[in-house]
Design a binder for this molecule. Structure first.
Ligand code: NAD
Length: 497
């Protein structure tokens, strides 16, 4: 483990063994904060992907993992949590180098990753079926929850290990086997998870990690006839193609996709708390969050005061060296994404949104000069403007005024997405009325925090389907089997022959 992907171990992890890509090819992985090369990572061929699926298939069909006592599986998953916890400083530093996020953010994620593995270690022994009232007096009827099979887990680059853990932990808890495909821009912590799995004693083939330079690996996984389920996190556009491709083999699919989530601030809110929370809600992880509350809707009476205070605090946010514990906003991870943020700021100006602050790259010095950093940015926009409708995925907020509760709800719901929302008010009735009326998978009242292990997370509308992090997630990695037993004294003879 000491190597933790320093370069030599940036290999494929298949059947509990490390191997180079079949044709020996690698791709280069860079630190987005400095432009410095981090590793040459194995670039899997289709045969490599097939080998990983075959290893997962063997571990499922004939292997001991799916049928092992749940308590034993739980101990191995718990061991993974412990190992991740012990190495959290090292893994967080690796994530920072690979992704460019601030170290404080990465450390928070490591805590959440450990919590996620611990939660699902506990869940493994609570994967209950049901007993039905007898359909006939001579019958017993019950259900058991059986693992769905081989899971293809496909994750994006914004929270690389965190989003992998949201899939790997429940898949392991239910007895599934897994092929994990990280994003090509942030593959290193997924590889580290292979090392953790090996050390925790996960049986051969239960977790496989396949890296590659381009998207076809994900598509091959989705097409593969021996994969039973795809758990995907990524953009809505890719999610649609995943759902369409998975239909060919009728795979089970869960999709965690994009968002354009609102913070709704009423004039009776604790304004200081709402400003602090809204600031975090949109700029956390440099805004590269699916659940970023990037649309800030503020009631007219407090609009100017709120925006003034928000702007003053945003100017004090520290954009800079991801390794510095004081940094609050690190690098933008992907070059295309950096350019997308720039072009959305241009679009906002062109369509008449009022620039409040930011709107430009943040200038850096020294080793960071060739990195990609964006200044916290805000526009006052109409809810119909593209900047207030489309996912920017960067540190860009829009402010929109509303007059009353009905208008706030209408604007909050005027989006193709429905992932998360925050509501800020001291009126308990209003808080809950609005929470009920907003069509999104999570609503956080008087807090920006919407994501915890044990609390289901996922989208309405085009933010996807299925939920991660909850107990109900266990259902999405299992099939229901009904078991019927005849207990009558006389043998049955339905045809009477
Ligand atoms: P992306 O959709 O481009 O890629 C996601 C993953 O899918 C990557 O591993 C990629 O290699 C793979 N992929 C690409 N094409 C594929 C295909 N045809 N078939 C199968 N796999 C394929 O997304 P991204 O740019 O890496 O991540 C940013 C997006 O992810 C944003 O839209 C963001 O909102 C979303 N996201 C959602 C959540 C959530 O929980 N809802 C969390 C984080 C990120």
């Amino acid at each position: 483990m000491s190597t933790l992907v320093e370069a030599t171990k940036a290999q494929l992890f298949i059947g509990n063994a490390w191997r180079h890509a079949g044709d020996g090819r690698t791709f280069e992985d860079f630190n987005p904060a400095t432009g410095q090369k981090l590793a040459d990572v194995a670039d899997a061929t289709r045969d490599d992907l097939n080998a990983a699926v075959a290893a997962a298939r063997r571990a499922f069909d004939g292997g001991k993992w799916p049928t092992m006592a749940a308590s034993r599986r739980a101990k191995i998953i718990y061991k993974m949590a412990q190992l991740i916890s012990e190495r959290s400083a090292e893994i967080a530093a690796l994530e920072v180098r690979d992704n460019g996020k601030a170290i404080a953010t990465a450390k928070g994620e490591l805590g959440a990753i450990v919590d996620c593995f611990e939660f699902y270690a506990g869940a493994a022994t609570k994967n209950y079926g049901e007993t039905m009232p007898p359909p006939l007096p001579t019958y017993l009827a019950s259900t058991v929850r059986e693992p769905v099979g081989v899971v293809g887990a496909i994750v994006p680059w914004n929270f690389p290990l965190l989003l992998a853990s949201w899939k790997v932990a429940p898949a392991l808890a239910t007895g599934c086997t897994i092929v994990l495909k990280p994003s090509s821009v942030t593959p290193l912590t997924a590889i580290a998870l292979g090392e953790i799995a090996l050390e925790a004693g996960l049986p051969e083939g239960v977790l496989n990690v396949v890296t590659g330079a381009s998207d076809p690996i994900g598509a091959w996984l989705v097409e593969h006839a021996d994969v039973d389920k795809i758990a995907f996190t990524g953009s809505t556009a890719t999610g649609k193609s995943v759902a369409a491709a998975a239909a060919a083999t009728l795979k089970r699919v869960t999709l965690e996709l994009g968002g354009k989530s609102p913070s709704v601030v009423f004039d009776d809110a604790d304004v200081d708390a709402a400003v602090a929370g809204a600031l975090y809600g949109v700029y956390y992880n440099a805004g590269q969050c699916c659940e970023a509350r990037s649309r800030i809707l503020v009631q007219s009476a407090i609009f100017d005061r709120f925006v003034g205070s928000f702007s003053e605090k945003a100017a004090r946010l520290r954009v800079g060296d991801p390794q510095d514990p004081q940094t609050q906003i690190g690098a933008i991870t992907v070059r295309d994404q950096f350019e997308k943020i720039r072009s959305y700021c241009d679009v906002a100006r062109t369509e008449g949104a009022r620039a409040l602050f930011g709107g430009e790259a943040a200038a850096m010095e020294g080793a960071l000069a060739s990195g990609m950093f964006w200044s916290p940015t805000a526009f006052e926009a109409q809810s119909t403007h593209r900047i207030a409708q489309e996912e920017v995925f960067g540190p860009v907020a829009t402010f929109t005024r509303f007059s009353d509760e009905a208008e706030a709800i209408a604007i909050a719901n005027a989006s193709e997405y429905g992932l998360a929302a925050s509501v800020w008010t001291t009126n308990l009735g209003r808080a809950n009325r609005v929470a009920r009326a907003i069509r999104s998978g999570s609503v956080a009242i008087n807090t920006p925090y919407a994501v915890f292990p044990g609390v289901p997370f996922g989208g309405y509308k085009q933010s996807g389907y299925g939920r991660e992090l909850g107990m109900e997630t266990m259902r999405l990695y299992t099939e229901t089997k009904s078991v019927l037993t005849y207990i009558g004294e006389k043998p049955m003879n339905p045809f009477g022959v």
